[in-house]
Each structure stands twice: as C-alpha cells, then as structure tokens.
Design a binder for this molecule. Structure first.
Ligand code: MCN
Ligand code: SMO
Length: 784
C-alpha cells in the first residue's frame, strides 16, 4: 500500500500485554553494553577538560604526560584541527546563526568541561594519570551566565555569535492586539524552567576500530542516531561511507542526550586510525553531568487574553533559551525556545491569535541539547500553569476553565495553519475529572486544611506532535528529512527476521515491532526476531527521537511485511485453488475464508517458496525479503493529560506526590504494558524536574552539581501510585492508526506538579512559577 493509505490490521497481537522479550536477557545480566565490549589490543582514552568557564588558553604542556610509561599519545586542539576544524551546528529554522565546535578546544575554552586534550594509554588508569600530568594555562575571560542579559550586549560567550544571539525569530498570527485590547482579563507570568541533565543510567561511550588494509572503520556508540553519526564521520572526516559501520550495543537509556554528534565520537576514529589500535572511551558520571548536553533551561514570559466567559482569545509568548557555548548538532542551542514558542502555546485550546517569539543566547555553560519533551515540557508548564492561574482568577475549577477553551471539533486548524485531524481533547479533561473524583477531593482538601495539612490537585493536559516526519518538520517551518526503512525476511522454516532503522534504548521496540509483524504475517511471536539498528550496514534510520518509533518503524515494518504477506497469499491461493482475496494469514496458517479446513501452514508456504518450484504460480519471484521506507504524509498528534495530588509538609517545605492519574491517547496501542511503562518513567522524570533536579552554576561559571549527591534524580522512592486510562482515537492516516507517546509523561508532568503545589498553597496567596520547586520556595510562601 502507498504511504498515505492505512491498511486495516486485524488486531490480534497488537493491543496485547505481551511481556518484553528483552527482559530475561537484560535482567539476568546478559546484556552487552558499550563498556562490556573488549577488543584485542584496545587502548583507552581519557579527556583533559577545561576547568575555566571562559578563558584564553595560553599554553598546554604535555611533555610529562607523554613521558609516562603506558601513554601512547596525547593530542591537543592543534592536533585534532589538522583533521577537522570542528562540528558545525545550527537549527534549520529562520533566525539561527551557526557555530563551529572544535573537537578539542584551541585558543579559547567556553565552558567548564570542554575537552582540551586527550590522553591515550594502555589502560584507563594510566590514561587518567596522564591527564593529571597535562598542564593547561588559562588567562580568564569574563563568563557570560545569564541568557537574557547576554542578549542585551556586553561580553561575548562565543565570538562567532554577535551579541550572543544564537537564534532569534517569531511570528504574529491573527489579531493579537485586538484580542488583548478587548480582553476582559489578561493573565500573565514569567516562568523559569531549570537546567537539567537527561541522566541516562548508562553514560556515553565510544569504541573505534580501524583497519587500514581495507580502510574499514567500525565505531561502537550508544547513539540514538547511528546513521547520522555515520554520515558525519564520512562528511567531516572522509572515512569511506561504504567501509564505515556504526554499531549500537545494548544501551541503558538515552532520553535525547544520545541523539547528538559529540566531539568524542569524532576524535576516537581519528585516534584509532593514526595509532593503528582500537581506542575506547567510557564516560564517567562526573563527565556526564558536566559535559553531556544539558537541557530544558528557559525563561518564558507568557500572557493569555480571556473574554468575559473565561475563553482564551489570544496568546503572547517570549521564550528565551540558555543555550550554552555551542550548538550541539543536530538539535542546537535554539531547539528548546523554538519548540516552546512555535509548537506549544495553543495546546488543546482554540486560541485564534498568537504572538510567538523565540530566542536563544550563547552562555559559557555546557551546550544545550535534546531531552525528552524538547520545548514541550517548558511549553506545557507555562501554558497549563497559566490556565490554573486563570482558573483562580475566574473562580472556576481547573477542569471548567479548560473546558471553556478546549477544541471540540475536528479537523481543527491552529493559528499556524497546522491541521489536527482528530483527538480526544475534551474527553481527556472529563475523564481526569472523573478519575480524581473532584468533589470528594475538595472535601478531603478542606478537612485536612483544618488540621494544618496541605494537599493540592494539579491538572495538565497536552497535545504531542508524534511520529517526527518530514511533514511534521515542514508544518512547523523546520527543515530536515525524516524517514526510516525496515526489512522483513522470512526464512525457509517460516521464522522471520525484522531489521528496523531505529536503535532502542529501553523502549521495548523489539517486542512491539514483533507484535506488528505477528499480526501482519499470521506467525507466532516466538518465530520473530527484531534487530533494532544494531549496525548501520542495514537500512536507514533518522533516529529514535520525537516519539517516532511506533509510527515510523511500525509503518515501515507494516509496509515491508505486506510485501511478504502478498507473496504468501498468492502462493497459498495457488496451492489451495482459491481467490487471493479470500485468503487470510492467521495463527500460523493461510486459510480460505468461508471454507473450513482449507488451509496451508505458513511453514509449508515458506518452504515451498524456497524449495518447491512446482507449487509456484506463474511468474513467481521466490524472494521472501523486502525493504521499504515510511515517512507519514501528514503530521500526527497524540494527546493526554495528568492530574496529580501532592502534599506539602509545612515544617520542611517538602512536597510529596501522593498519586498520579494519567490519560493517554496514542491511537492504536500496540502494547499497553510498554505504553504504561513509558508514562510511569516519563512522569517520574517530570517529578524530578519539578521538585528535585537542578544543575547549578556559581558566579564564576563553575558547575557545582557534578555528582548524583548534588544533582538529585528521583528513584523508586519518588515513584507514586499511578492510575492510567487509555483513550484510543486512531490516526486516520498512519498504518494501523498508531500514534507516538514516548515523551508524553515528561511533557506534562512538571506542570501538574507545579499546579498541585500552587493549589496546596492557595490559602497563602503565593503562586510559584519556577521549577524545581525547592523547599526554600515553599517555606517562603508558607511564611508569607
Ligand atoms: N508504543 C506502543 N503503542 C503506541 C505508541 C507507542 O506500544 N501507540 C510503544 C512503542 O512501540 C515503543 C514505546 O511505546 O516501544 C515508545 O514509542 P514512541 O512513542 O514511538 O517513541 P520512540 O519509540 O520513538 O522512542 C523515543 C522516545 C523518546 S523521543 C525519548 S526522549 C525517550 C522515550 O522514547 N527515551 C527513552 N522513552 C524512553 N524510554 C527508555 N526506556 N529509554 C529512553 O532513552
Ligand atoms: S528527546 Mo527524544 O530523543 O526526542
């Protein structure tokens, strides 16, 4: 079937709570993560990193390090620059200015942790000792640390960017001025969303191995975008594309942080080639918190105009990103504010007029990159918290204020002209109200308040662009082409190997993609093996980002398996003397509909394709392997929401999440257990963002949160009980009606937490607008 058509799949395996096939292997320690891979003769790399936020490098002394027994090489910025000037980064949107990130800093360092030199040695111990012996002299320059003052001029954080402007743009759509002039009420606020680390359990790492006899480069990395990495290796460094292979071993989480090209990934192949030995680097936790992309930090001004019926009529937003020192390709310093301003301000609300401004400033901090819910998390925070501010102003419940403005009829076109084909936006609000039993909550809240206990309810609803595609990018004026291939191959005994262009970091794609194929080919799950882009030698993938796996890989897998299906059906029709239109593949057999007993097993069919020419229909091609791509023709949006109940401790200011209620609508659900796991994980990350996590820089630009003692990530002790409800509004145009959801938990959770805390504190008259909500903030509010 062509791209745009959606085949109907008779749901059998799809929708079932199939246990994740990877789990026994991973949970019994049989996984092979990057650090588990040991190559014969491998060397170990370790990085000397800048101790200054902004400084001129006056001298790098490497003699002592080079002389250390076991050290094989020491490279500085000059050595790296012989091969590559740096990685050029920008966002493909209007108003973005590019930067070049050197592989190792030369002349100037621009953030604490920036790589300055690399030491390669026979062991990691020696490499670390070698790093201690490298002496770097710095002449301090003034660090630029606040994005909004950086944009007003003054010292520059990165000389490539005049006035520190990395990105500046926006749009005015509809009669914004009219909406604000005629407003019965304007609700406005300024929010700060703190600097976060995606903090994957497994840190980054790279192994490079080069064979000069064949010019063959093999690079292991836990990347979410191995095909993009391969492209960069050939484009920047000239490794021959056909001899370049990027391999992704088991990966312990990525969450967007591993969806970039990093200098370390470019340096190790050069080192392996020049030293003629494999080279390995495994990042430690301190390096990860300090130098792997940071995320989500923004200052945002937002205002809504409301008419006298409390309907939102216009929105103004100015989102300012604290970009760090360089664009980290492909996502850049600007991806957060751009996405917040251009994609999130209307949400589920029918707001006809919008004034959207985005800007990103260069600062002397770690580069900003993608982290689950890019731009969406902060955008949903400001939109949904402002809705609750409005609810208090209009004395309406959080459910009622949202119902005044929610879009009720589809297709709906937003102010940017983007069409939303379908959604359960109103039902989500209604369902959450029912789940929390709002009247009962209000009674309990009043009763507890009388005892001096403060509980609050917070609501947050969202739309999520999912299934990142070329069409989705275009709809939002973002360049870029996104498509993936899948290969489906059936063996002579009827078992199936599926190769997708996506890598997997813990989402469970091997299970869900097997479910998709099981239904299409009528074979049992046990007969299906899924390879998730373990090597770039197979297929093409644009990356496991933008909640696109289920839609894009699912679509490609369905298209490819449909080729195999058509062939099996043709053969079965010939063998059973039936019309192909009457054949179905189900429970391991091809059956003739309406003729009981007339069937042939899939195993016999597959065997006949390979070995029994006499069974073939005329002009039969015995290939049981197909590779097809998928890229949806139109944008796809999923939706949902969370309601949370929190309790604020008046003595300590500490916030506890009592319960989370979630509604998710990602169209056809392939595997409810996996989708619920994604929601739980994402929401707990959102609780971390709202209450605990904050990367802190001091006034000299030193990062002071460089261990997990200082940077507090939530673990099981912060995981509250969940009640999850699924709504299913299938997409009208994706294969199977599938929509994505992998980021939704984190997108909407922080807003729900902040709203719940503000509800708990409503008697104090204080309204908080910054996350994380620290105990100090809460105590200050409680003490007036
Ligand atoms: N799914 C499903 N039915 C649907 C939609 C999704 O069963 N209708 C399943 C999918 O098959 C997949 C999972 O849910 O197993 C998430 O699917 P999807 O929403 O398509 O997201 P992606 O597969 O593209 O995964 C990427 C997404 C992103 S962008 C981030 S960031 C994130 C996330 O996934 N990083 C993660 N979840 C993560 N989960 C883990 N464990 N580790 C990460 O690094
Ligand atoms: S931040 Mo997810 O990798 O789009």
């Amino acid at each position: 079937f062509p791209h745009s058509q959606s085949p109907s799949i008779a749901a059998r395996s799809i929708g079932a709570r199939v246990p994740r096939g990877d789990d026994p292997r991973l949970l019994t320690g049989r996984g092979q993560y990057l650090a588990d891979i040991v190559l014969p003769g491998e060397l170990h790399a370790c990085f000397v990193r800048s101790s200054a936020a902004h400084a001129r490098i006056t001298r790098v002394t490497t003699d002592e390090a080079r002389a250390l027994d076991g050290v094989v090489a020491v490279w500085t910025g000059e050595d790296a620059a012989k091969f590559c000037e740096g990685i050029v980064g920008e966002l493909e949107v209007e108003g973005c200015f590019a930067t070049t990130m050197p592989l190792l800093a030369r002349d100037i360092v621009r953030y604490v942790g920036e790589p300055v030199a690399v030491v390669v040695a026979e062991s990691r111990y020696v490499a670390e000792d070698g790093c201690d012996l490298v002496d770097v002299d710095y002449e301090p320059l003034e660090p630029v640390l606040h994005p909004r003052s950086a944009l007003e001029g003054g010292p520059s954080a990165n000389e490539e960017l005049p006035d520190n402007v990395a990105l500046r743009g926006g749009k005015v759509l509809g009669d914004v001025e009219g909406a604000f002039n005629d407003a019965a009420r304007v609700i406005e606020a300024t929010f700060h969303s703190g600097r976060l680390s995606a903090g994957p359990m497994e840190t980054r790492g790279v192994i490079a191995s080069y064979d000069w006899t064949s010019r063959r480069l093999r690079l292991w990395t836990g990347s979410q975008m191995p095909h993009y990495i391969k492209y960069c290796l050939t484009a920047y460094l000239g490794f021959p594309e056909n001899e370049c292979e990027v391999l992704t071993p088991d990966t312990g989480g990525g969450f967007g942080q591993k969806a970039h090209i990093f200098p370390e990934e470019m340096l190790l192949p050069l080192l392996a080639r020049e030293l003629d030995r494999p080279v390995k680097w495994v990042e430690d936790r301190r390096e990860n918190l300090m130098t792997a992309t940071h995320a989500h930090e923004q200052f945002i001004d937002i205002a809504y105009a409301f008419d006298s019926d409390a309907r939102a009529t216009g929105v103004r937003i100015r989102a300012t990103g604290d970009g760090g020192a360089y664009h980290q390709p492909p996502w850049s310093m600007g991806v957060e504010p751009w996405c917040t301003a251009m994609v999130t301000p209307t949400g589920v609300y029918d707001i006809p007029a919008a004034d959207l401004t985005y800007e990103a400033a260069a600062t002397n901090k770690t580069p900003i990159g993608a982290y689950r819910g890019v731009g969406y998390m902060a955008g949903t925070l400001v939109r949904e918290c402002l809705m609750d501010d409005a609810a208090r102003a209009f004395k309406l419940s959080p459910f009622d204020i949202r119902r005044r403005s929610v879009v009720r009829e589809f297709p709906w076109t937003n102010p940017q002209g983007i069409v939303y084909d379908e959604g359960s936006w109103l039902q989500t609000i209604d369902e959450l109200e029912r789940m929390v039993d709002y009247p009962a909550f209000l009674e309990r809240q009043a009763a507890l308040r009388a005892e001096g206990r403060f509980i609050g309810l917070g609501l947050s609803v969202f739309v999520e662009s999912s299934g990142e595609s070329t069409a989705m990018g275009k709809a939002h004026d973002l360049g870029g082409i996104y498509h993936d291939t899948a290969t489906v191959k059936m063996e002579p005994n009827g078992s199936v190997t599926v190769t997708i262009g996506l890598t997997t970091q813990g989402q469970g794609h091997r299970t869900t993609m097997a479910q998709v194929v099981a239904d299409s080919l009528g074979v049992p799950l046990e007969a299906i093996t899924v390879r998730a882009a373990e090597s770039t030698t197979y297929g093409w993938g644009s990356g496991t980002v933008g909640s696109r796996g289920a839609v894009i890989a699912g679509g490609a897998v369905l298209r490819a398996s449909n080729v195999i299906r058509t062939k099996l059906v043709a053969l079965a029709a010939s063998m059973l003397e039936a019309d192909p239109a009457d054949i179905d593949l189900v429970d391991g057999a091809a059956v003739v509909l309406g003729v009981p007993g007339s069937s042939v097993s899939i195993i016999d069919l597959a065997t006949a394709v390979y070995f029994d020419q006499s069974a073939w229909p005329a002009d039969f091609d015995p290939t049981l392997e197909a590779t097809l791509a998928y890229d949806p023709a139109r944008p796809i949006f999923s939706n949902g929401g969370h309601a949370m109940i929190v309790e604020v401790a008046p003595e300590t200011g500490f916030v506890t999440v009592e319960k989370v209620f979630s509604v998710e609508d990602c169209g056809t659900v392939i595997n409810p257990d996996i989708v619920e796991g994604q929601i739980r994980g994402g929401v707990v990350q959102g609780i971390g963002a709202a209450l605990l996590e904050r990367l802190v820089y001091d006034d000299s630009g030193q990062l002071v949160t460089t261990t997990l003692l200082d940077y507090h990530m939530p673990s099981m002790d912060f995981s509250p009980p969940f009640e999850i409800h699924h709504l299913e509004t299938p997409s009208s145009h994706t294969p199977g009606g599938i929509k994505g959801m992998g980021e939704s938990g984190l997108i909407a959770a922080p807003a729900a937490v902040l709203n719940a805390v503000n509800d708990a504190l409503s008697h104090t008259g204080t309204v908080l607008h910054d996350i994380p909500i620290t105990p100090e903030q809460v105590l200050r509010a409680l003490r007036g």
